[in-house]
Structure formats: C-alpha cells, structure tokens
Design a protein around this ligand. Structure first.
Ligand SMILES: C[S@@+](CC[C@H](N)C(=O)[O-])C[C@H]1O[C@@H](n2cnc3c(N)ncnc32)[C@H](O)[C@@H]1O
Length: 265
C-alpha cells in the first residue's frame, strides 16, 4: 500500500463500496483486468477453503509460486529491502538488543526477519507463519544471507494460540502486515494469548490498515479497522494498548499499535 493511503481522504474511503470501485476503475482502467482475475481467484479459494487460515494459506501458495517478494507485498527487490530496513530501524530505535528474544508473527520470507536474525544472539529469533510455501522461501533468504549459524526457529502454525511457546519468554513480539490480512477473530485470538508469552516488560507491535470511516474488507484479503476497535479488543484482554504516533512519520501505508501486559510497569 502506498504511503498516501494515510491521507485524510483515503482514511475515510471504503474500498469495498461500489462507488469506490467504479471511481477507481475509471481512474485506473489498466488495473481492471488484474482486479477481475484476483476477484475470480478469491471466489474460487473462498469456496474451497471456508476457514480464513486455509483460504489465506492458499492465497500465499498462489502468490509465492509467482514471486515470494511480491507475495509479502513488495513489488521490487529494492522495496523488499527498504520495507525490511524500516521494520528493523524502528525496533532498534525502540531498544531491541542482541540478547532479547523476539517472536515474528507472519514472518513471511524474512523481509525484516533476516535483519533481526543477524542482530540477535543465536536462537533468539522465532518466526511463525501459516504458509509452508513462504517458509520455504524464508529458508532460502536465510541461506542467501549466510545466517545459518544464528539458528533461528521457523515454524508453521495453524492458529495464534502460541500453545507451543513458554510463558513470559519474549521481549518483543512483532506482526508486520499480518493483521491487515486478518479477520477480527484471528486478531482476537492473538490478543487473547500474547500476554502469556510476553516477558513482564515486553511489548507486542502490530501494524494494521487504518480507516477512519466504515470498517471494510476487500476480497477477503485486506481488512481495514478503526484504531479504537483494536485498542478496545486488546484492552478487553487485560493488555495495555497505545497507538504509535512516531510510526506515522514513516513512509508506510499502515499504522501501528503497541500492546503490553496489563501488569507491566
Ligand atoms: C504481507 S506478508 C508480511 C510478511 C512479513 N511480516 C513482512 O513484513 O515481510 C503477511 C504474512 O503473514 C502471514 N499470515 C497471514 N495470516 C497469518 C496468521 N493468522 N498467522 C500467521 N501468519 C499469518 C502470511 O502467510 C504472510 O507470510
């Protein structure tokens, strides 16, 4: 998503509405055919996979087959590098140190992950994802970067209960461009369980596609939420939650929320 997606006008638009779609098609006639192909794939995959995780796993399989970097949202290799750098720089500025333990939810093909793996002590990076195809691409990124000695954990998951992970373990939990593709029940499950695995002073940062108008979904793939919805969901699970104003200054289309354990200092 381009950075101007956070302009006041765009923040209010409902991309799922017919008016928006017609206006968009008139402004960008060349994008109509790709959109129709995507809508057809969406309809087929929704029929085949009624559950969201199964559906999105199939979307990732199809996208990764074509190009793993595009599958995680980067149209060019330079953008892939820049987006990873942006994630990395932000967490370094917010105190990520080599001895910290980090969980990267929806780690994709390690766009940001390879930089975190390089920075952290061996075995301190955990990446989980629902897509086996993108995790295979992640292993290639790891090998290409020569980071085998860092022994990161890369694990497939079918849910966000974190039941295989220990209590109070992670200093930083991170989900970049994951809730932008997640229905509310998936986010709710994550927020219900993340407090257990966070270290007492740890935090969980996630990005989301923000709307200041009506909440909406485009093709079951892109979910737009109001900030208050997600803050309230987190607080309902006893977590402290804040909107990260300093992330808004970055050239990125999504916004960021940070949650901490309710009993943190
Ligand atoms: C847009 S990509 C971003 C990948 C990575 N975070 C990055 O910034 O490069 C979204 C990733 O989240 C994964 N994903 C989507 N829903 C998920 C879920 N419920 N649990 C874990 N991973 C999920 C997808 O398979 C995909 O790899």
């Amino acid at each position: 998503m381009p950075a101007d997606a956070r302009s006041p006008k765009k923040l209010r638009s409902n991309r799922a509405s017919l008016t928006h779609k017609v206006g968009y098609a008139l402004r960008h006639p060349g994008r109509v055919a790709p959109y129709v192909r995507r809508a057809a794939r969406d309809a087929y995959l929704r029929l085949k996979h009624p559950d969201h995780v199964g559906y999105y796993r199939a979307v990732m399989a199809s996208d990764t087959r074509r190009n793993p970097e595009a599958a995680v949202g980067s149209r060019t290799h330079d953008r892939w590098l820049a987006l990873g750098q942006m994630q990395f720089d932000y967490l370094i500025e917010h105190g990520l140190r080599p001895e910290h333990r980090m969980l990267d939810i929806g780690c994709g093909n390690l766009r940001g992950g390879w930089r975190f793996i390089d920075h952290l002590e061996p075995g301190h990076y955990y990446g989980i994802d629902i897509s086996p195809d993108i995790l295979i691409a992640a292993k290639k990124t790891l090998a290409d970067r020569g980071l085998q000695d860092k022994l990161p954990h890369l694990t497939i998951t079918g849910d966000l209960t974190f039941d295989f992970l220990p209590d109070a373990h992670f200093d930083v939990v991170h989900a970049h461009s994951v809730f932008s593709h997640s229905p509310l029940d998936v986010i709710d499950q994550c927020l219900a369980h993340v407090g257990r695995i966070l270290a007492p002073d740890g935090f969980f940062d996630f990005t989301f596609d923000r709307t200041e108008g009506e909440e909406h979904v485009v093709l079951n793939e892109d979910f737009y939420y109001r900030t208050e919805t997600l803050l309230a969901l987190a607080r309902g699970h006893g977590l402290r939650a804040e909107f990260m104003e300093d992330w808004e200054r970055r050239p990125h289309g999504q916004s960021k929320i940070r949650v901490r354990r309710g009993d943190s200092a």
